[in-house]
Design a protein. Structure first.
Length: 317
């Protein structure tokens, strides 16, 4: 959205020239005319501006969630920050939308697009009315475009991080930097994963020891902000077996499905209709594609192959 918005004046000029040029085919001129007619509407420009504004807030979180080995605590903190921003924009929609409207109005002026709202029906039968005829343009788009957009984004973020995930994420209270004050905050996760714990009844005592340990070392606690760091540096399974298992669960919780989906995409590209291979070979090829940084060089493979036994060809490089 940000790229399209930045290139919109150039796209508008290109469509104009294609639609009137004698050097283009009839089909090209027709398609250019249709696209030109679509973008020369103020509702399209202001929708694009609103989407670009919200995309600018989401793009950083989206990239963070798609990283390999994303930390679930940091990801949740980023998502909550974006949700708070969207809710603040929703509460003060008049001020936040005015900036979007001014930018869309300037873009419309540069493209010679008239500023206005679509025709409003006097009587709506199947849904609530979109506004009255005497309503201003900025008020119309704020009510019918901007507010539903923010509500939809907040709703999707809440659905993505559902109640079950919130129960699992209550394990963040075991991370020293975010240590909970009471073991009751961990109870939803303990109930959820009770079948995996050595003894769920001992969680209270272990958490008390765990909490006391970090209260004596506040500087070190502030430094350990991930479950992996807590598990690797300080947690001992012999003394705190339940805390160790809970931290292991927190470490392995996936932030998103982006990483598994990448593997599925590699499988589709590898196991094509013209390739016939067994499961072991397919798995090896997918692993090679997934871990290119750990794949040996071609020269090393040839040297290894040449030194295993005698060859007719001289393969050592």
């Amino acid at each position: 959205m940000l790229t399209i918005l930045r290139l919109m004046p150039s796209l508008h000029l290109t469509f104009e020239r294609l639609s009137t040029s004698d050097k283009t085919s009839c089909e090209t001129r027709t398609q250019a005319t249709r696209l030109l007619s679509s973008i020369e509407k103020f509702e399209f420009l202001i929708s694009l501006q609103a989407l670009a504004e919200t995309s600018g807030l989401l793009i950083g979180v989206s990239r963070s969630l798609q990283n390999v080995g994303s930390d679930i605590i940091k990801a949740l903190d980023d998502v909550n920050s974006v949700k708070d921003i969207f809710q603040g924009m929703r509460q003060d929609s008049e001020a936040s939308f005015q900036k979007i409207y001014d930018a869309a109005e300037k873009l419309a002026k540069d493209m010679s697009v008239p500023v206005g709202k679509p025709r409003v029906a006097r009587r709506s039968v199947y849904r609530a009315g979109a506004g009255s005829d005497d309503e201003s343009v900025v008020s119309y788009f704020r009510i019918n475009l901007y507010i539903p957009l923010l509500d939809g984004l907040c709703s999707h973020l809440n659905d993505r991080f559902s109640t079950t995930q919130q129960k699992a994420l209550s394990l963040m209270g075991l991370v020293p930097a975010f240590l909970s004050d009471d073991v009751e905050t961990l109870q939803p996760a303990v109930d959820l994963y009770s079948s995996l714990l050595p003894s769920a009844y001992e969680v209270y005592g272990e958490f008390t020891i765990w909490k006391h340990k970090w209260q004596r070392r506040p500087e070190d606690a502030a430094r350990i902000r991930t479950a992996a760091a807590a598990l690797q540096e300080v947690c001992k399974s012999e003394t705190l077996p339940n805390v160790t298992v809970l931290l292991e669960i927190l470490v392995t919780l996936p932030v998103t499905t982006a990483e598994p989906e990448r593997v599925f995409s590699k499988v589709e590209r590898t196991a094509t209709a013209v390739r016939n291979m067994n499961e072991q070979r397919l798995e090896a090829l997918v692993l090679l594609q997934s871990h290119l940084d750990k794949t040996p060089r071609t020269e090393d493979v040839l040297n290894k192959f040449a030194t295993v036994e005698a060859r007719r060809l001289k393969l050592i490089l």
